[in-house]
Design a protein. Structure first.
Length: 467
């Protein structure tokens, strides 16, 4: 059997798309992510994980349409013969995934499709594919493989949910060709989140039950990444790696001797755990990504009530984590119902004051399948159901306290301000001081900044030291 696993390009996933290409052009001399070193680029972990559940003696092929530089994407040949093509889609990949599915089916190739978008809209997926997988893929794969062998595929395979991660095979990282074009290796240690934020689509696919792999499984996957990638930067795709503190400590201890850079998502509570922060630094954790979302507690009161109670401690959270030599990447959403145009300068000032290592900004995106989408739909505030617009940069709903244009212009202004050369250098200087305190003045700045992926700035003429 020959099975293709295709990761379709998203509508805003590379520099060749309409909205982001305009942003790149406007910010070309300012924006730090036009540098190859700054663009997070990884293969599709979901597809590679599903591929790991297929027989190892079958011919499996991974095809990735995404790219940083044009010409580096895998070539997709619709005439290539497969017994089955497997596709996945998050919101902004859906249109392209459906187009790929339609082309293969015209040629008589059977197509299976899954992922978060299709799990929320299985009927829509079924219009373009022979098979729809709803929910987690690991527990339906054995049945799917058996039915494929017999030539009796079902239309819909529904996961029972809460897959035991200790029983599933490792992702097939070895299927990725030209690993050198990817700068990070995605892995997953845990799954599920009990929080239930209204804008989050995680529960649609993974549910609320928190589960994790064994530490031994993860170590084996990291070792595999080291064999395949010359300088692996491990990026854990978990929703929150801090929900089981005992497990997170054990994982950090196990990663320490492996000598790989790694990053993960946590919530702000991690700042209260000094023992873990020390372990994270010692194990080469270089960045923690935290969904702060908003500095306005009122904005979070209905969307994520548990986060609204944490807002007053955000600045101290950033300080504590970064004092251990670990960068904080703050993730922020603009356009929540209590947000007006003052949200933009407030965010800029907060990042300045905390010397936050990195930040990403997104316009509120009412992803289909979430309570947020359902609420806005019922209120008549959804203005577009073109899934290409659901990429966290478009305004596809009616904001409450600003116009759509103000919201669109505001996020562009935030990118401009955050990535200005003086601000970038200010962050570099801050981490110089942190590393000198932790390791002594003899510590080479370039070596430490290399760990954080910032060393290239020291050699760029537009980032001369600003005193």
């Amino acid at each position: 059997m020959k099975v293709g696993f295709i990761s379709p390009r998203g509508s805003e996933s590379n520099q060749g798309n309409s909205l982001l290409s305009n942003i790149y052009l406007k910010l070309h001399n300012i924006l730090n992510f036009v540098e190859i070193e700054d663009i997070e680029f990884m293969p599709n972990l979901g597809l590679l994980t599903v591929a790991g559940q297929f027989p190892s003696d079958w011919e499996l092929k991974y095809i990735d349409e995404d790219y940083i530089e044009p010409g580096t994407a895998d070539v997709l040949d619709f005439d290539e013969k497969f017994d089955l093509v497997c596709l996945t889609a998050v919101n902004s990949q859906a249109s392209r995934a459906y187009a790929i599915a339609d082309e293969f089916r015209k040629r008589g190739t059977r197509v299976a499709i899954g992922g978060m978008h299709v799990s929320a809209l299985p009927e829509e997926g079924a219009r373009h594919a022979d098979v729809v997988i709803v929910g987690e893929g690991e527990d339906v794969c054995p049945k799917l493989v058996e039915d494929l062998r017999r030539g009796q595929l079902q239309r819909i395979y529904r996961s029972h949910g809460n897959v035991d991660l200790t029983t599933v095979g490792a992702p097939r990282l070895d299927l990725v060709n030209r690993w050198e074009r990817f700068n990070k290796v995605p892995l997953q240690a845990t799954r599920g989140c009990p929080r239930g934020c209204k804008y989050c689509s995680i529960i649609t696919t993974y549910g609320k039950k928190y589960r994790h792999k064994s530490v031994e499984q993860i170590v084996a996957e990291v070792e595999m990444a080291k064999r395949l990638h010359s300088r692996p930067w491990i990026s854990f795709a978990d929703e929150n790696l801090y929900l089981d503190r005992k497990f997170t400590r054990a994982l950090a201890r196990a990663l320490k001797p492996l000598n790989v850079r790694w990053e993960c998502y946590c919530d702000s509570n991690v700042a209260e755990d000094e023992e873990l922060l020390e372990l994270l630094h010692e194990s080469n954790c270089v960045q923690i990504m935290i969904g702060f979302e908003s500095l306005n507690a009122d904005s979070l009161a209905t969307a994520a009530p548990w986060k609204s109670r944490k807002v007053d401690g955000y600045a101290e959270c950033v300080h504590k984590i970064q004092s251990h030599g670990i960068g904080v990447m703050g993730l922020f959403i603009v356009g929540l119902d209590s947000d007006d145009t003052s949200v933009f300068p407030k965010l800029r000032d907060f990042i300045d004051e905390t010397n936050m290592f990195d930040a990403d900004f997104a316009i509120l995106c009412p992803i289909v399948g979430t309570p947020l989408f359902d609420d806005l739909k019922a209120q008549g505030r959804i203005v577009s159901e073109n899934w290409d617009d659901y990429a966290w940069y478009h305004v596809n709903y009616k904001p409450m306290k600003m116009t759509a244009q103000e919201l669109q212009d505001g996020i562009l202004w935030l990118f401009q301000e955050y990535n200005s050369p003086p601000r970038v250098w200010k962050r570099i200087e801050f981490f110089r001081q942190v590393f000198e305190r932790l390791h002594g003045k003899h510590a080479a700045l370039e070596q430490k900044l290399e760990k954080l992926g910032l060393a290239h700035y020291l050699h760029r003429p537009d980032y001369q030291r600003v005193s």
